[in-house]
Each structure stands twice: as structure tokens, then as C-alpha cells.
Design a protein around this ligand. Structure first.
Ligand code: APR
Length: 320
């Protein structure tokens, strides 16, 4: 059986890390694409030269022409400009929207059967635009944000509780970043919800609120430290877990920016919700009951995503 083919559109910091992780996990053959000449070729060769040491068999190819992604099973999109210090995700809107238009056309032409994972920010708007530009089925175009947000949340909680990260689960809804909605009552240590852990004296409400805020600001914290770039290890790991669930039909329950067509009362927007990802792409969207406070935060998050999509449609009227 031929190997799966993974196309990485954008070969910058996240793209290169994705290629390395996909190789180490032997997910398939990998094509790195970028408009910058030499970068995808150099990274592909460098990673290929590590494969004998690490013992993985993947073909790695770097390219500046979309024809190289032909027939890809998965496409992970990081093409665009990353956030610089002091720049909000939304400042990126105009620049990255143009990039999505080109990427959408390339995927439509050469990889119309791919499962597409968008990472480019501002995520919830970019994935919405990419789906429209590419014309691929909505079940096959998703945004990576929730896995990253919940991974950050899980890491901070595990650190607070002094337990393994493996035993902490976290549940987040809503848009990426400031408008993320963490659901503490569905976040647990070995099945014990956070409100119970507060009652048990493991932590305090204030400390959990601090952790929630740090999670919301997780991207900005890394930007502030790196000074000339944004996070790439955790975003890449998050997207790889989504790609793996699709390629291996694992049917993992993962929070993703998925297209809503009435779920949670939202129509034609991409918002972070729990999904089941398997060989059918986004096979299910899990709808849970929200309490008043959660609903209010979720509505706020949806409104901010809607605002961004409207701004996109102003710039590119074909999106209307
Ligand atoms: N087509 C293809 N590639 C492009 C295009 C385009 N039109 N425009 C830019 N690129 C490439 C750049 O040449 C660069 O190599 O996208 C790559 C982006 O890589 P980095 O600048 O290193 O950014 P990275 O840290 O990988 O983040 C990528 O993910 O999390 C988001 O906010 C982040 O939007 C950013 C994206």
C-alpha cells in the first residue's frame, strides 16, 4: 500500500516542525511547500538526512510549485505572516486573507480530496475563508486552535496540581485566544472535575482563574519571550494529533475550529467546539449544554469571530 501523503503549505517555523514530527511518527511522505525559494528544499533535505539516525522511512520533498502537493491526503496550512510583538492576531487579517486565497486555489486544483488543517492566524476567520476559497467539503476543512489551547491549559493545571500531564483533561470552547472559553467543570484530573478539586483543597478558585487567563494569553506569552516569532512546537504537535486521528481513523475527540451549521445556535461560522475526527474528517460535532455564564462567554466569542469574518468579506467580496 502506498504511503499517505502530507502536504505542508508554508515551511516556516511551524511548517518545518510539522515535517520533522510527521517524519518521526512515520505518518507518510511529506511535501514542504513555500513561496520562499530554498527554504522548503533545505528543510526537507535536512530532515531527510536525520531519518537514518532516527530510523524513519518518509520521502521528503521541498517545492515552490503547487503541483508538488498533487493527491495529498492531508494538507496543513501555516502559510502567511506570523504575529510580531505588539501585533494582535487581527492585525494579520488583511495580509493572511490574500495568502488563503492563493492556498485555497492550490489545494482546490491539486489536492481536492485532502483533509485540510488550517493554523494560520487569525485562525477562526482564516479557516472560514480557506474553506470558501478552496470549495472543499466543510467536513474536510478544520482549524487548529482548541487542541493547542487545551494543551496549554492542561500543562498549567498539571503543574499546579503536581500530577502527570497525561492525567489532566481540559475542555475549551470558542475562538482562539482572548475569546477562548475554558470549561472548568468539564476539565479534570483523572476524572475529578476542577470544582471538586477546589473543594478538596487542591487549588483555589483564584488560582484556576489565573491559569485560565494565562491560557488565554498563551500565544502572547511566547511571542513576548521569543521577540521575533510565535510559538511553533506546541502548535505543530497539536496539528499532528489531528492529522493522525484522520489518517488512522482514530475518531479522537478533539476541540477544533469546525464549521457550524446550526449547532450551538450558530450558522456558517467556524468556532472551536469538540469534534470527532476520523477518516470522514469532522465526523461529529459534540453539543453540550452550557450554563448561563458559559453561554455568555461563548456568545461573546462567536461575536468576535463573526466580526472578523465580516471584515474578511469586506476585503474579499467573493466570501459573502
Ligand atoms: N504561500 C505560501 N507560503 C507563504 C505565503 C504564500 N502566499 N506567504 C508566506 N508564506 C510562507 C513564508 O515564506 C514562511 O516561510 O509562510 C511561512 C510562515 O512561516 P513563519 O513566518 O515561520 O510562521 P510560523 O511561525 O510558521 O507561523 C505560521 O501560524 O500560528 C500561526 O500566527 C501564525 O499565521 C502564523 C502561521
Amino acid at each position: 500500500m502506498a504511503r499517505d501523503k502530507i502536504a505542508l503549505i508554508g515551511s516556516g517555523m511551524i511548517g518545518g516542525t510539522l515535517a520533522h514530527m510527521a517524519g518521526l511518527k512515520e505518518l507518510g511522505d511529506i511535501v514542504l511547500f513555500d513561496i520562499a525559494e530554498g527554504i522548503p528544499q533545505g528543510k526537507a533535505l535536512d530532515i531527510a538526512e536525520s531519518s537514518p539516525v532516527d530510523g524513519f522511512d518518509s520521502k521528503l520533498l521541498g517545492a515552490n510549485d503547487y503541483s508538488a502537493i498533487e493527491g495529498a491526503d492531508v494538507a496543513i496550512v501555516t502559510a502567511g505572516v506570523p504575529r510580531k510583538p505588539g501585533m494582535s492576531r487581527d492585525d494579520l487579517l488583511g495580509i493572511n486573507l490574500k495568502v488563503m486565497e492563493q492556498v485555497g486555489a492550490g489545494i482546490k486544483k491539486y489536492a481536492p480530496n485532502a483533509f485540510v488543517i488550517c493554523i494560520t492566524n487569525p485562525l477562526d476567520a482564516m479557516v472560514w475563508a480557506l474553506q470558501k476559497f478552496s470549495g472543499l467539503p466543510r467536513s474536510h476543512v478544520v482549524g487548529m486552535a482548541g487542541v493547542l489551547d487545551s494543551s496549554r491549559f492542561r500543562y498549567f493545571l498539571a503543574d499546579e496540581f503536581k500530577v502527570s500531564v497525561e492525567d489532566v483533561t481540559a475542555f475549551v470552547l470558542g475562538g482562539h485566544g482572548d475569546s477562548m472559553v475554558p470549561l472548568t467543570r468539564y476539565s479534570t484530573v483523572a476524572g475529578i472535575p476542577i470544582p471538586d478539586l477546589i473543594k478538596m483543597g487542591w487549588t483555589s478558585k483564584e488560582k484556576v482563574e489565573e491559569i485560565v487567563q494565562r491560557t488565554r494569553d498563551g500565544g502572547a506569552e511566547i511571542v513576548g519571550l521569543l521577540k521575533n516569532g510565535s510559538a511553533y512546537y506546541a502548535p505543530a504537535a497539536s496539528a499532528i494529533s489531528m492529522a493522525e486521528s484522520y489518517l488512522k481513523d482514530k475518531k479522537r475527540v478533539l476541540p477544533c475550529a469546525a464549521h457550524l451549521s446550526g449547532q450551538y445556535g450558530v450558522k456558517d461560522l467556524y468556532v472551536g467546539v469538540p469534534t470527532v475526527i476520523g477518516s470522514g474528517g469532522v465526523e461529529r460535532i459534540i453539543e453540550i449544554d452550557l450554563n448561563k455564564a458559559e453561554q455568555k462567554n461563548f456568545d461573546k466569542s462567536v461575536a468576535s469571530v463573526r466580526g472578523l469574518c465580516e471584515a474578511c468579506a469586506e476585503i474579499a467580496p467573493s466570501l459573502k
